[in-house]
Ligand binder design. Structure first.
Ligand code: C2E
Ligand code: CA
Ligand code: CA
Length: 945
């Protein structure tokens, strides 16, 4: 019995493996088949007599109905939503029928064969179609389009009409023809087959509606089949009832039994996977599509067979029904036609739309290629052009159509053409790779321009099958870049390399030199007196001079050498030469530079002269990098500058030590000034005719804590370059004046004081005030003070200096030219400047007693002094012969070791005191004998003041 295989508890159903479920389902199906067969045999063979068969039928039907009911209810618990409700209603339907069957059984067993018709049992039976229809309608269909819904309705109507036709032909027609006892009984009888038609119709309708969805339709089909067998039994039952031939256990009962077992099977059917469902759904869909037509064919076959058998029950209803069927089919056909039409139209519109889209995209692409600043060429690996964009005419002037079929290399120079072919070759080896190269391209007008070419390998692209080149003119970009790079590395005024580029070149040369026979040298040039030219003649003149210097420097070196302007009036030259290259070594180049600069410069149509101090450093003299090599050359240049002859000096490592030394001394100078490490020594100046001390020259000394007594030659130049000369000079001036005032007071006469001033001090804006202050604060007579300066002072800003000198003269101060005769200036200034004294340089004094008898120069100077009305002083008198010679020549005043070395103030005081006591001893102040200064006066001889 089916009940023996009732569904297992719902909870156990879900996690079971589908294969296991399917096996169980198949076994259940086999059992159902066996049960139906066994019952069928019993019914046909009427085993055990009519009573037994009747009871067997009643019990079997009741059990089958309830088994189906329980199956549906249990199944409902595995489902959700509408499906669940649907199963519950189906369970109710079968239960309702089971209840009807129970009543029938009761009637039959109580009343024997004569069960009244209709009876209470019919209420239970008729509950079944009501619940079933409700259950099926609840399943419903998903939201659909209007056309789909119309088609579903038409399909449903076609099925219903066909089934009605079959039902009429087979059951209803004969039933009505057979007639009934009363109308109520007839109606109840007919309601069975009619409700069956309705149920089967709805099942088919729902199936047809579900054909689009991936739903498992097997349970529904099983339910449909069950209802169909049910319909068969109902039809038989109706017919037999109306003819009063029915009793339980007749073969018609088998249909109900089968129907319920099929519904039970439907409820036992396990859930299928989505993939399986979709495969099944496909078959069901095809079946669903055909379903209405199958129904129609079945109806037509039934009526035709009926006709052939010569029966023609209710022919008018059949013809009406047929007409409706034909109308429905026509409607269905029209609908399909309309649907196809809109489908075709939609398709056409889509195709048109796509075509337009393609066209637009092609046009867009064409426009892009045409108006792009890029030139697009499609070439094969040998550069033969397959396609050439028109833009090439606009960009490079070539005609696109002339290039097609020709090699693209034809618009490149041979070297670039080879490079292009190589680039194409290497690009063709890398699929879809992009290579970018830049090559000079010959424009149509013959001009060369710089083209940036990117090569894309589309050889394997079936739509292209070639190399695609994108070319663009980057000439302007490159020019701008070059210009910017040039500007970054060149001096704008002269166009020479700047410091950055020069340093870079030196670095490169040093790298290349490594291990070679080559010598690298840097010449560092600094123009002498350029600042003066710039200040006096204006910046334009200065610039013109720098440009001309640059031009001449370039002319003095070979093209492979580098000339740079490092800034201001500093230039540098980088040369490379072999060890034995006499012509191009650094000395030779320096000589050539000297020679080329010696020619006069025409600035503002005026001849002008310039010299350069040159420092030379070879890379093999211990320079490790460019910076160091440049510094070495710079150091050597300073030496050359100090020599002051516009010459050149070769760097040697001691210069470096000297530089360090200088820096140390500069630092010490500052400290010395703060801590009072300076002292003035005094060297007497005597009247050459009487020997009296007329005054002293103040000479500075530095008591260095470590170096001891440092002579001025070793720190005055440094004080000048560091600017410390100003405070130092001021201190000297004040100290010397103070000492002069002291001595004058002590001696009761004016003691002269000569103070050396450097050109830097004269450039000091408050120099006049400093001098005036020194005079007023010490109270000495201005004429006691003599300021000594060298001729070099006169070379700078002559007008300003003249003004200052006149102002000093106005104060009453005396002025002397120191080291007269060693400057290179013309003597014309002597007339213009208000000097009182000429100090004849020691070099002339030395020569007066030389064997060659060169006294002439000294004599000329003395005579010049007389002519100008100025006093002459002979410096550096070391022996009596010199003293006598100069005295004879007519020189007024003498100074030198012969008379006294420069001595500290107290010793100078002793000299004065000694002189005074001498005068007292002889009784007259002057003249002193010329023999007296034979030996320097010493402390031991002269008592302390
Ligand atoms: P200068 O003005 O020509 O000073 C004369 C120099 O000759 C002194 O050297 C002096 O010691 C030296 N001298 C004097 N008589 C003889 C002699 O018979 N034989 C030899 N061989 N030398 C003699 P000093 O003191 O070393 O000074 C050197 C230079 O330093 C000075 O040359 C002067 O230009 C500069 N100087 C000295 N003191 C000062 C100063 O306070 N301010 C400035 N601006 N320069 C100073
Ligand atoms: Ca002097
Ligand atoms: Ca001097």
């Amino acid at each position: 019995m089916a009940i023996a295989h009732a569904p297992r508890p719902a909870a156990a159903l879900v996690p079971d493996l589908p294969s296991y479920d399917m096996q169980a389902f198949r076994r259940a199906a086999a059992l159902v088949g066996a049960a139906v067969l066994a019952l069928g045999i019993c019914f046909v063979a009427r085993l055990g007599g009519p009573h037994t068969v009747r009871t067997l039928s009643n019990v079997a039907l009741f059990c089958a109905a309830f088994a189906a009911s329980i199956g549906c209810v249990l199944r409902s618990r595995r489902a959700t939503g509408r499906v669940r409700l649907s199963w519950v209603l189906l369970g109710a339907a079968t239960a309702s029928w089971g209840v009807g069957q129970l009543l029938w059984f009761w009637f039959e067993s109580v009343m024997g064969d004569a069960v009244p018709f209709p009876s209470l049992a019919d209420v239970g039976y008729l509950g079944m179609p009501i619940f079933t229809v409700a259950g099926l309608l609840v399943l419903g269909t998903a939201a659909q389009t209007a056309a789909n819904r119309a088609r579903s309705v038409l399909d449903g109507a076609m099925i219903a009409t066909s089934l009605l036709l079959i039902s009429w032909t087979l059951v209803l027609g004969p039933t009505i023809a057979a007639g009934a006892d009363n109308l109520f009984a007839l109606t109840i009888s007919l309601s069975y087959p009619v409700s069956d038609v309705v149920m089967v119709t709805i099942v088919m309708y729902v199936l047809a509606g579900r054909r689009q969805r991936h739903a498992d339709n097997v349970p529904l089909i099983l339910v449909g089949c069950g209802l169909a067998t049910f319909a068969l039994s109902d039809s038989g039952f109706t017919y037999l009832t109306l003819t009063d031939a029915y009793s339980s256990g007749s073969p018609t009962d088998l249909g109900w039994f089968t129907g319920f077992l099929l519904i039970l099977l439907a409820s036992l059917r396990p859930e299928r996977s989505v993939a399986h469902r979709s495969a099944v759904a496909k078959q069901v869909r095809n079946f669903g599509l055909l379903m209405p037509y199958i129904a129609v064919v079945a109806a037509v076959v039934t009526t035709v067979l009926d006709k052939l058998q010569g029966r023609s029950s209710g022919s008018s209803f059949i013809s009406w029904d047929r007409s409706v069927l034909i109308l429905l089919m026509v409607g269905r056909q029209v609908l399909t036609m309309l649907e196809n039409r809109t489908l075709t139209r939609g398709l056409e519109a889509r195709v048109a739309e796509r075509t337009q889209e393609l066209k637009t995209s092609e046009q867009r692409f064409r426009a892009l290629v045409l108006h792009s600043s890029d030139v697009v060429s499609v070439v094969d690996t040998d550069s033969v052009v397959q396609y050439q964009s028109e833009s090439i005419e606009r960009v490079f002037g070539h005609h696109a159509h002339r290039l097609v079929g020709a090699p693209l290399t034809s618009i490149f120079q041979p070297e670039a053409a080879t490079a292009l072919l190589e680039a194409l070759k290497s690009a063709s080896l890398r699929s879809r790779g992009v290579a970018v190269i830049e090559l000079p391209l010959v424009r149509a007008d013959g001009r060369i321009c710089q083209a940036e070419i990117s090569v894309t390998n589309l050889l394997e692209d079936p739509a292209v099958g070639a190399l695609v080149l994108n070319m663009r003119d980057v000439t302007e970009r490159r020019e701008l870049e070059n210009q910017l790079i040039h500007e970054a590395f060149h001096d704008t005024l002269t166009g020479l390399a700047n410091r950055a580029l020069f340093t870079d070149r030196v670095g490169q040369a040093l790298q290349r030199r490594a291990g070679s026979e080559f010598r690298i040298a840097v010449l560092f040039l600094d123009l002498d007196g350029f600042k003066e030219t710039n200040d006096s003649q204006g910046h334009a003149a200065g610039d013109a001079m720098l440009v001309e210097v640059a031009r001449r420097l370039l002319g003095a070196v070979r093209p492979e050498d580098t000339v740079a302007r490092l800034g201001g009036d500093e230039f540098a030259v980088l040369i490379g030469c072999l060890h034995d290259d006499e012509e191009n070594n650094a000395r030779a180049v320096a000589e050539r530079i000297r020679a080329t600069l010696s020619a006069p410069f025409a600035i503002d149509n005026q001849p002008a002269f310039i010299r350069a101090s040159i420092g030379i450093a070879y890379a093999d003299s211990g320079a490790e990098d460019a910076g160091q090599l440049l510094r070495n050359a710079d150091l050597a240049m300073y030496r050359a500058k100090a020599a002051g002859e516009g010459g050149y000096v070769l760097y040697n490592p001691t210069m470096h030590a000297a530089l360090v030394d200088r820096l140390q001394v500069a630092a010490d100078l500052r400290v010395g000034l703060e801590r009072g490490h300076f002292e003035l020594y005094y060297q007497p100046e005597v009247d050459m005719n009487g020997g009296d001390i007329l005054g002293f020259e103040a000479l500075i000394r530095w008591h260095h804590p470590e170096r001891g007594l440092v002579p001025p030659d070793q720190f005055i130049p440094l004080a000048e370059t560091t600017g410390l000369i100003r405070p130092l000079g001021q201190w000297v001036l004040e100290e010397a004046c103070r000492q002069a005032a002291l001595w004058s007071q002590a001696m009761g006469r004016q003691i002269g004081m000569a103070v050396n001033v450097s050109s830097h001090q004269l450039g000091q804006s408050d120099f006049l005030a400093v001098v005036a202050n020194a005079l007023s604060s010490t109270g000495i007579v201005p004429g006691q003070l003599c300021l000594e300066m060298t001729e070099s002072v006169l070379m700078n800003d002559t007008e300003d200096i003249l003004t200052l000198l006149n102002q000093l003269k106005d104060l009453g101060v005396r002025l002397a030219i120191d080291d007269f005769g060693t400057g290179y200036s013309s003597l014309s200034y002597l007339h213009r400047f208000p000097f009182d004294t000429l100090k004849i340089d020691r070099s002339f004094v030395e020569r007066v007693t030389s064997p060659s008898g060169e006294a002439t120069l000294a004599r000329t100077i003395v005579q010049l002094g007389h002519g100008l009305g100025v006093t002459t002083i002979a410096e550096g008198l070391e022996n009596r012969a010199q003293y006598e010679a100069l005295r004879r020549i007519g020189c007024n005043i003498g100074q030198g070791f012969l008379i006294s070395k420069p001595v500290p103030a107290d010793q100078a005081t002793e000299l004065l005191v000694a002189e005074l006591s001498d005068q007292r001893a002889t009784g007259h102040p002057a003249p002193r004998s010329a023999a007296k200064p034979g030996k320097p006066r010493t402390k031991s001889k002269v008592p302390v003041a």
